[in-house]
Design a binder for this molecule. Structure first.
Ligand code: PLP
Length: 343
């Protein structure tokens, strides 16, 4: 481990990839996980017939570590990321990463790259990317017999450079991201491949993201690309219930915080028309915590749902601040969500 300061301009970091010193790898062979391996290479040596390349046997996770005022480095609900990665593995018939391997690799990746952990107050954090792929060769359509689990880290700036500001979204009517009984509820690359045209088109038209509808009836809001959706009205936090959305850990946490602040919470289908009754709307996920939505355009019908592009709503702001201060250690963690990393 090197203690030389990485000399990064913490306050102006992009939300992108920056090379760090080490990453951690672990192979599943002959029915069991091997030892954690430390690597300083940014590449992996992969068989040309690996199932991840041909048949999409791939899953990933995303989490962040924050430095607190007290200098401690905190992880947020990592047990849920470990569990979700197992659900993803089961969903595309991969070997499940054990807690021991998952926690061990994440901790080691942080410990060996401490000089890349952004300081308190910079607005930046250390993004952690666990990745599980079928590395074994198959030509017939079959699950691999060998898997590779990788954890790399990279320091990232805030997701939106402009800060906590409302964004515009458009309702996607051209493509579906996931089928009702498909892979929408697991964190696999295939869902992202299926969403790239929508996101590209949305960006081309000047929108921050596309808002997907349920694939079957095209009647209900599903989620916003890589983030869950919520609406606010009558002191109630409302978020879609659907078999094709990814269970966001940020969303689950906002639900708990909303309840603890005396709000009602509803997880149910949200019809497109109901968008006109919300006083606030937002997208949530690890990357941005909350992106307040200022306006949703439904190009298909010509309707717009407007919440205000000037300033984020009061409730969204409160939820955002509360969750962020727990994650950064500014506020006591009464939910048992924080894990302090041994450095
Ligand atoms: C990762 C992800 C989210 C956000 O989940 P968090 O656990 O809050 O980061 C939302 N939707 C999709 C499709 C995702 O892949």
């Amino acid at each position: 481990m090197s203690n030389i300061n990485s000399n990064l301009d913490w306050s102006n970091l992009p939300f992108g990839y920056i090379k760090t010193d080490y990453n951690i790898r672990c192979y599943y062979r002959n029915g069991k996980w091997g030892e954690l391996e430390v690597s300083s290479s940014e590449s992996i040596d992969l068989h040309i017939a690996a199932t991840s390349l041909h048949y999409g046997q791939e899953a990933f996770e995303g989490m962040k570590a924050f430095t607190g005022k007290d200098g401690k480095v905190r992880l947020f609900r990592w047990e849920d990321n470990a569990q979700r990665m197992r659900n993803s593995a089961i969903g595309v018939r991969m070997a499940e990463v054990t807690d021991e391997v998952f926690y061990g690799a994440v901790e080691k990746a942080i410990q060996l790259n401490t000089r890349f952990i952004p300081p308190y107050g910079s607005g930046a954090s250390l993004y952690i990317r666990p990745l599980l792929i079928g590395s074994g060769a198959q030509v017939g359509v079959k699950p691999a017999e060998e898997y590779l689990f990788v954890v790399f880290v990279t320091p990232v700036g805030p997701y939106f450079k402009e800060g906590f500001k409302p964004v515009k979204m458009m309702i996607e009517r051209e493509y579906d991201r996931a089928a009702p009984l498909g892979t929408g509820s697991i964190k696999v690359g295939g869902n992202y491949a299926a969403s790239l045209n929508s996101l590209y088109n949305a960006h081309q038209k000047g929108y921050a993201s596309a808002l997907f509808l349920d694939a079957k009836e095209k009647k209900y809001i599903d989620e916003a690309g890589p983030a869950n959706f919520f609406g606010i009205k009558n002191n109630t936090y409302i978020t879609p219930k659907s078999t094709s959305i990814l269970p966001s850990i940020t969303n689950m946490s906002l639900i708990k915080i909303a309840e603890s602040m005396g709000m009602k919470v509803e997880r149910r289908q949200i019809e497109i028309e109901e968008l006109s009754t919300f006083t606030e709307a937002g997208a949530c996920g690890t990357a941005a915590v909350i992106s307040p939505i200022g306006q949703i355009d439904d190009i298909g019908t010509g309707k717009s749902y407007i919440y205000g592009m000037e300033t984020p709503g009061e409730v969204s702001t409160m939820l955002y601040k509360k969750l962020q201060s727990i994650q950064q250690g500014d506020e006591a963690d009464n939910f048992g969500w924080i894990k302090v990393v041994d450095l």
